[in-house]
Design a protein around this ligand. Structure first.
Ligand code: ADP
Length: 490
């Protein structure tokens, strides 16, 4: 199959979050399986140019209709770790992608409306006719709308669209201007409730809703989250639209890049190990302790690695730190937050526990340290309030670090409670609690610490169970191919 990804991020050249990892990881897997994959991205001034090999202008004169006139674009081409990427660079005073940052501007909807229009115009003019357009998040939500309302008539009538939503909290809410800019026009037609009209703000258009309505298939990043966005408030107002389109909606769990995250060869950890040779893992634990001046004692190390954000359950993370060190464990935190209040709060805790030999808080973003922590810790906590998929727990499983998670989103699809799950014992891999409360979290922590002390052999079996799961792109890659085939032959 010939697949074109249209997205605002692709790791490592333009990455803000998990979206970038998925676009890269899925494209790689699809290529390994013999498909032709190309990725279309904006050409941001702040992207990692050093991560693109052979970047050059391949199409210097793409005129993209915009309002009454047209904007000239350069289309660049280069390889991002082997992936074929096209970058759209508009030559206009709007400076859509020359702002020193990927996101966060008042004309955000216009920027990505232009990107969507330019991506289709590029495919049309360069005679590229992929079988599948795979669009991601609100930034590419207008692509299927434009494809089926405009570009169909211009000769792109065989393309099918798969639309993946990574985050329902940002939907691209905007006014009529985009309709005039992109040439869609007809506000009375597009602002119908069954098309792009936002369900809360009745004078506004909603890009993500457009993406759902017009695409041939819609996915989100885990089966559990697919349920949550339909039946709880986690759909942020799109539950009704998803109900209407329920026959073409489902969840596909994100994969993990098993080449980057592999304790057998990971260059960022000193001792390599596997499920068949686990002992070197404990060499990493000692190095972790030395690095943070934790005392060498017969205690489990519990860790948190992730953003410090209300989504991640900061009140529980805080509680977990104190509960762990008062109940015979050591605690290491690696995290940084974008909200000043939350960051300050963790700096305070750090100062308070400064002299505690069983605790270290590292308030920063540090990729290398993250690898060492995954490799050296015994347990990891992920007490999220909201978690569409979650990578932390999957990485932890791969590194033989037992996850303690709240039952939400992708955590439900990846972690199975040792004491309560209905799966056979050898398929259980961690601890799960349900309520967003101190007592529920404590009881899971207690069970985990308790097993570590009381039955080391059983704890080791739990570690090995987790390491034997396959959360690589292998299965999700096949799931997406099945979806593509399904929508192509409909
Ligand atoms: P989200 O996308 O909501 O931030 P995920 O669990 O899907 O959460 O992905 C988080 C990823 O970012 C993981 O790979 C994790 O190791 C990494 N990460 C988060 N915070 C840090 C940090 N402070 N230092 C290093 N890596 C981090």
């Amino acid at each position: 199959m010939y697949i074109v990804m249209i997205a605002s991020e692709c790791a490592p050249v333009a990455k803000v979050g998990g979206l970038g990892d998925v676009v890269y990881g899925l494209s790689k897997e699809l290529e390994i399986r013999g498909n032709a994959v190309e990725i279309i991205l904006p050409k941001y001034d702040c992207m990692r140019h050093d991560q693109v090999y052979g970047l050059h202008i391949t199409y210097p004169d793409l005129w993209v209709p915009w309002y009454g006139g047209a904007i000239r674009c350069h289309i660049w081409f280069g390889f991002v770790q082997g992936r074929k990427c096209f970058f759209i660079e508009p030559q206009s005073n709007d400076n859509f992608f020359n702002r020193g940052a990927f996101y966060g501007f008042p004309d955000e909807a216009m920027r990505f409306a232009f990107f969507s229009k330019a991506a289709l115009e590029f495919l049309l003019k360069s005679n590229k006719r992929p079988d599948i357009l795979h669009c991601h998040d609100w930034q590419a939500g207008l692509v299927p709308v434009l494809l089926f309302e405009m570009y169909h008539k211009l000769g792109m009538d065989r393309q099918r669209v798969c639309y993946t939503i990574h985050n329902f909290r940002h939907q691209g809410i905007t006014g009529d201007n985009v309709l005039w800019a992109t040439g869609l026009q007809r506000p009375e037609y597009f602002k119908q409730p069954e098309r792009l009209k936002d369900d809360f703000n009745h004078t506004a258009l909603n890009f993500m809703k457009g993406g759902i309505v017009y695409s041939n298939f819609v996915t989100t990043v885990s089966p559990q989250h697919a349920w949550e966005v339909r039946f709880t408030d986690q759909g942020y107002g799109l539950g009704h639209t998803l109900y209407t389109h329920r026959t073409k909606f489902g969840g596909v769990l994100n994969g993990l890049d098993y080449e980057v995250w592999n304790p057998e060869i990971d260059p960022l950890i000193p001792h390599h190990y596997s499920a068949h040779s686990l002992d070197p893992k404990y060499g990493n634990k000692e190095i972790l302790r030395e690095r943070f001046l934790l005392r060498k004692d017969y205690k489990p190390v519990i860790a948190y690695v992730g953003r410090l954000d209300s989504q991640k359950g900061v009140h529980l993370i805080r509680h977990g730190i104190f509960h762990a060190i008062q109940n015979g464990a050591q605690f290491i935190l690696l995290g940084a937050g974008s909200e000043k209040g939350i960051n300050d709060h963790f700096w305070q805790i750090k100062h308070q526990l400064n002299d505690n030999p069983d605790c270290h808080l590292e308030i920063s973003y540090n990729e290398e340290l993250a690898h060492l922590i995954y490799a050296g810790a015994d347990l990891i906590i992920v007490p999220s309030v909201y978690e569409p998929c979650g990578l932390t727990q999957v990485i932890a499983l791969r590194y033989g670090t037992v996850p303690i998670v709240r039952a939400v989103g992708g955590l439900v699809n990846t972690v199975f409670d040792r004491d309560h799950d209905s799966k056979p014992l050898q398929e259980r891999n961690g601890y799960v609690f349900h309520e967003d409360s101190h007592s529920a979290f404590e009881s899971a922590l207690q069970r985990a610490i308790g097993l570590w002390y009381s039955d080391p052999k059983a704890f080791r079996e739990l570690v090995i169970n987790g390491m034997q799961y396959d959360f690589s792109w292998n299965y999700p890659g096949q799931d997406y191919l099945n979806i593509y085939e399904f929508i192509c032959c409909k």
